[in-house]
Design a binder for this molecule. Structure first.
Ligand code: SAM
Length: 220
């Protein structure tokens, strides 16, 4: 998969691409992340990219021209163009799965008051990461890119993905590691039994119990 991220602040993606699982996916060439600075496409003095809103009101609005040109510089027939915006469809794991099957994503990050509405003629999907407003689209784009990349085959083990929260309408089961006892708290006996059938049953029951308790709304 290729992901082009269009932003005014490319350095905000350094932590995403230089650490952990996402870095390994890039190193293994499972995914390519290309950062495009929208400012590089400005043809105005001082690389201006925004201006005041028509009709008045606070904040600055990112102009069409540099955004159209930035998108055109990377778009092909196979691209899906995503706009990060609080007014989009609220993101979830099911959408992450769908997007992980795409060949090429272009993710557009806003800042300030947002974009000139006319850029939406270029957009295939508008995504919000939740009902709150952030300063810019860089953190939302990082969240979307991270959640998609880890679902691409070969990035993390199939085994880990199978029981992850939100898969099959359930939350994950609880996990423990050494030592067997810590400050009087013991690891459940079943996990030390070596009986894999019993362990599977215990984990299924725990997934159901925890989901009913914490997120009954996601139960299928
Ligand atoms: C300060 S926000 C603009 C908010 C906009 N004026 C509104 O009230 O809907 C600047 C940028 O941050 C990003 N952003 C902020 N909150 C977001 C969210 N919940 N989901 C996705 N993107 C968000 C978008 O790219 C947006 O263009």
């Amino acid at each position: 998969m290729r992901i082009d991220i269009l932003t005014l602040f490319p350095s905000m993606f350094v932590p995403l691409v230089e650490e952990s699982i996402i870095k390994r996916a890039i190193d293994k060439e499972i995914v390519t992340i290309n950062l495009v600075n929208i400012r590089d496409f400005s043809e105005l003095n001082n690389n201006q990219v925004d201006d005041t809103p028509y009709g008045g009101g606070g904040g600055m609005v990112i102009m069409c021209d540099p955004v159209f040109k930035a998108i055109e510089s990377v778009k092909s027939d196979k691209s899906k163009v995503i706009l990060m915006t609080p007014t989009g469809v609220v993101y979830n794991q099911s959408l992450a799965y769908d997007l992980s099957k795409e060949e090429h994503l272009i993710i557009l990050c806003g800042h300030y008051e947002g974009f000139d509405e006319r850029i939406k003629t270029f957009i295939d999907m508008e995504i919000s990461i939740g009902d709150y407003v952030l300063t810019g689209g860089e953190l939302p784009a990082s969240i979307v890119a991270d959640s998609i990349i880890r679902l691409i085959p070969g990035v993390i083990s199939e085994e880990s993905l199978k029981s992850e929260s939100f898969t099959g309408g359930l939350l994950d089961y609880p996990v423990y590691t050494k030592p067997r006892e810590y400050r009087g708290m013991k690891v459940p006996d079943v996990l030390l039994s070596g009986d894999h059938k019993k362990i599977d049953e215990y984990r299924k029951e725990e997934r159901l119990r925890i989901t009913k308790e914490k997120r009954p709304d996601i139960l299928i």
